[in-house]
Design a protein. Structure first.
Length: 365
């Protein structure tokens, strides 16, 4: 679903402009070497290897045909095919497809450029946990996982069409507690590669920024996911989060969020029932106060939120603070879809899929 949202965005941006005879693009290929982070007590036996990875990407170079492209300093929108040999008989190999964007961070006088890369997609891992065949794999138990990638990329022109590229990146693979065990895999790496831009010397950059109006929205959203409380569980648990609040687009690329979130997690309900078989039981619902930010690029935005529970009758699991990171795709200025992950200080509660709507808005110049 999240890949579909990115694909819709990519389709609209990869289309050839009627004002130019070609679509500017670049091909990026790189080789990576890294390590696996020892981030939990039960993964120490899996982190001794140094994964080797290969990445091939194709990007459409934005040139300012749309106002947001100029405002975002002409980002690159593309898709990457990622392969990684985790160099472990227990963990196996990874193949992932990640729609992603590269944002220019620093352009140097001699032609060098520093870019920030962010992407998310779907990964297939070859050797999941199995009670019979692979009991030692505590990092993942389902072959399909979400993939996230963040990186800093430095490129240096060698010829008008070729660039040397160096990068420091991190890949994260997880199923967000859909299936346990799920400690997740985090692999920082350094990489070297090349970038080929066949028509970069023909590009004409345009300044198409239009006047901006600040807008205040009353916003409602609902998200949900499916999780597993333990590997022996016969059925899945459901997590539902609904919120209402204010969204203030105070700058062209920035939206501030504040509101209340109501959360139901049936895994907590079942845990309470096990601990208190009879008698009065505490409510398993939770109410949070949440603030957040969206970094906007066209129809897509990067969502980050921080929340604190102000109503939490059952407090034996999860800390009162929680976070959310995700992506939103705006179908128009009111309706949006969302994919993300809700966490409690880095521990995933669930992968979320949802929709939201800006109920009313007030704009000013």
């Amino acid at each position: 679903w999240w890949t579909l949202g990115w694909w819709i965005a990519a389709q609209s941006l990869f289309a050839q402009s009627p004002k130019r005879p070609f679509t500017p693009f670049e091909i990026d290929a790189s080789a990576h070497v890294g390590f696996i982070i020892d981030h939990q007590e039960n993964v120490g036996h899996l982190v001794g290897s140094h994964p080797i990875s290969f990445n091939a990407s194709i990007y459409r170079l934005t040139t300012g045909d749309k106002g947001w492209e100029s405002a975002s300093f002409f980002p690159k929108i593309g898709v990457s095919l990622h392969y990684s040999d985790l160099r472990s008989d227990i963990l196996g190999q990874v193949v992932a497809i990640l729609p992603n964007m590269k944002f220019s961070w620093w352009r140097m006088k001699h032609g060098g450029q520093l870019e920030f890369k962010i992407g998310t997609g779907l990964a297939y891992l070859s050797n999941p946990w199995s009670l019979d065949r692979n009991f030692s794999n505590t990092m993942y138990s389902f072959p399909l996982l979400t993939a996230m990638n963040f990186g800093l990329i430095y490129s240096q022109p060698l010829t008008p069409r070729w660039k040397l590229r160096l990068s420091a990146e991190i890949y994260h693979f997880s199923n967000g507690a859909f299936s346990l065990p799920n400690a997740g895999i985090n692999t920082p790496s350094v990489a070297i590669g090349a970038i080929y831009s066949p028509n970069a010397h023909k590009i004409e950059w345009r300044d198409s920024i239009r006047p901006f109006r600040q807008t205040l929205y009353l916003q409602a959203a609902m998200r949900g996911g499916v999780i597993e409380r333990n590997p022996a569980q016969g059925s899945k648990n459901v997590v539902v989060n609904a919120d209402i609040g204010i969204a203030w687009r105070w700058r062209r690329k920035n939206i501030l969020l504040a509101g209340f979130e109501y959360s139901l997690n049936t895994a907590i309900r079942d845990l309470i029932a096990e601990e208190i078989p009879t008698g009065s039981r505490p409510d398993y619902a939770r109410l949070g106060l949440v603030v957040g930010h969206e970094l906007v690029a066209g129809s897509v935005s990067l969502l980050t939120q921080l929340g604190v529970y102000i109503y939490r009758p059952y407090d034996k699991i999860d800390l009162p603070l929680y976070q959310r990171i995700g992506l939103r795709y705006y179908f128009n200025d009111r309706l949006f879809g969302q994919f993300g992950m809700k966490l409690h200080l880095g521990a995933a509660e669930c992968l979320e899929f949802g929709v939201g709507y800006n109920i009313w808005k007030i704009s000013k110049d």
